[in-house]
Write a protein of this length. Sequence first.
Length: 329
Amino acid sequence: MPLSYLAPAVSITLKVIESYGIDPKPLLKNLDINADLILNANARFSYEQIDQLWFDAAEIAGDSNFGLRAAKFWHPSQLGALGYAWLASSSLHTALDRLARYMAILTEGAVLSIDEIETELSVHLQYKKISKQQPTRTDSFMAVLLIMCRANYGEDFYPSSISLTHAEPEDLSEFNALFACPIYFNAPENRFNLSKEQADRQLISSNPRVAQLSDQVIIETLAKLEKNNIIEKVQAEILHQLPSANVTDSTIAKAMNLSSRSLQRKLQKEQTSFKVLLNELRSQLAEQYILDSHFSLLDIAFMLGFNDYSSFSRAFKRWTGLSPSHFRS
């Protein structure tokens, strides 16, 4: 199956194209991109189509800073549930973790990873081999990420530094005006860096219930995206059943119209098990929820399907080596 790209996210590309006075319709037609699907939250295009669209448009515009204009046109709806989960996150740290974990919702042509380097949090953008790895697309990602951070943190947010693998453009004025931070070109990696103090500040826009519901929609969407991926499908069903405090391999198998033995065999083929997936999902969500001060530790225990706090605390210490209260402090 070809790698895909979320249809509504293409709207930002079209707005950048139109800002140069270029009609995008001939470009879309030439690449067999159905414009009627762009506003369909469930539609996806092939990654290669969108990569080529961006390449063709940048060539016509003839502007090496083409990608930076994306900062003017971002809206959370372009990312679907992921966009609203971003806005509802308790901190930029949890928001960036969400973006990295669920990047496949937006695009399957690139991956994100989050690294903690001394006093900074570093967002590492890596393209898959299928990508043209266009400088203007990297610029657009960095520009949009800046605006996304400002939507949560405030207009006074600036990254501590930006690293770009592409060469330095002739005109740096737009880069400096937008990012207002050190920018390193010809770097070994594409990175967006911010201080841990910025990353961990609690945000007034936080809405834990919206974030939790959005996470569920995202995981269910990923399961549909990976129709043949049993792991994604099991994770989606686990997430759906967690609050019941009665999630088992049997309840998951029943919901998926499988026998417990059949489910076990399918997971064994993927070199995993129901127990491993349950613990991985609980561990990921636990760390995310604990960083959100709106949730009490007891609430988190129940949200993750534990019958009492002590059971959750023992499990969390097994996963991380720390108690939930110590991890939060």
